[in-house]
Design a protein around this ligand. Structure first.
Ligand SMILES: [Zn+2]
Length: 275
């Protein structure tokens, strides 16, 4: 069943364009991204976000790291204390710089949706202006309320500080014209992906962390990070569903693949605007 967000986000018409943003990097073993992947192969994976541009506003999907935490030595030690994993961020504030570089203004932001609450996706929620909704799946929010924390690679304050801006949705939900949240739980209890149907007729599906890499889609292998026992099958179902969506006029972008074209082009300094 596909629901519709009550009131929908206040943007008109079909989405005009997508702006892919690379807002940080994280060193990852391939085996962290692909179940059965190589444990000794390390990738520098981009941390990604996307702006969906409409004629009268825009919607932000994912937000990267909390740069203020990354740059505070004490908090960084508390939060980024993982074997072989750390946050790598460009100078400045990469999300603010990317939004400005795309010619978008925060006052025109109609809504922000977060694929899931891992800390490489929630750190820029703090930039979402008052009154603008931050949309999460209810099951993801329940995971947060049940105590998901640093051991789960979650920085709870990123979401808790959003207070009343947080709005929860249940499963497949149309958020705005041409923008649908897809239930792809497994990687986390309420992980969601997004389908964007552009005015041009082109459709882009943002897999987010249900498929970190193109190889997840090509080889139909699920992500390996599955924090809840028994969610392996859900994660596998999610990656197969995303792989099945690929076809004429429909592309699926993996969430963290340095070699896939939108992120590769962005990392090479191109200002990409997909129409
Ligand atoms: Zn994740």
């Amino acid at each position: 069943m596909v629901r519709t967000l009550e009131g929908l986000l206040p943007v008109s018409g079909a989405p005009l364009a997508l702006h892919p943003f690379v807002v940080g990097y994280e060193p990852m073993r391939e085996s962290m991204s692909i179940h059965g992947g190589d444990q000794s192969r390390h990738l520098l994976e981009p941390v990604t976000a996307v702006a969906v541009e409409y004629v009268d506003g825009w919607v932000l999907l994912d937000t990267g790291f909390n740069v203020a935490v990354v740059r505070d030595p004490e908090r960084r030690r508390e939060v980024f204390n993982y074997d072989s994993y750390t946050a790598v961020v460009p100078l400045g504030d990469p999300l603010l710089d990317a939004v400005a570089g795309a010619g978008l203004a925060w006052r025109d932001l109609a809504g922000c949706a977060i694929s899931h609450i891992h800390l490489d996706h929630t750190g820029g929620i703090r930039h979402v202006p008052a009154g603008v909704p931050v949309i999460l799946q209810r099951r993801e929010h329940m995971w947060l309320e049940s105590g998901a924390g640093i051991r789960d690679v979650v920085l709870p304050s990123d979401v808790i500080d959003a207070g009343e801006r947080v709005r929860v949705i249940d499963g497949e939900t149309v958020l705005a014209s041409g923008l649908t949240a897809l239930d792809t739980h497994g990687h986390t209890p309420g992980h969601q992906s997004f389908r964007v149907e552009l005015a041009s007729g082109r459709t882009v599906v943002l897999a987010c962390d249900a498929a970190d890499l193109l190889d997840n889609l090509d080889s139909r292998r699920r992500c390996s990070v599955v924090p809840v026992a028994g969610a392996e099958q859900a994660a596998q179902d999610a990656v197969e569903r995303l792989a099945d969506m690929r076809g004429p006029g429909v592309e699926v972008w993996p969430g963290h693949d340095p070699a896939s074209w939108p992120w590769d082009a962005t990392m090479r300094g191109e200002r990409v605007r997909v129409v």
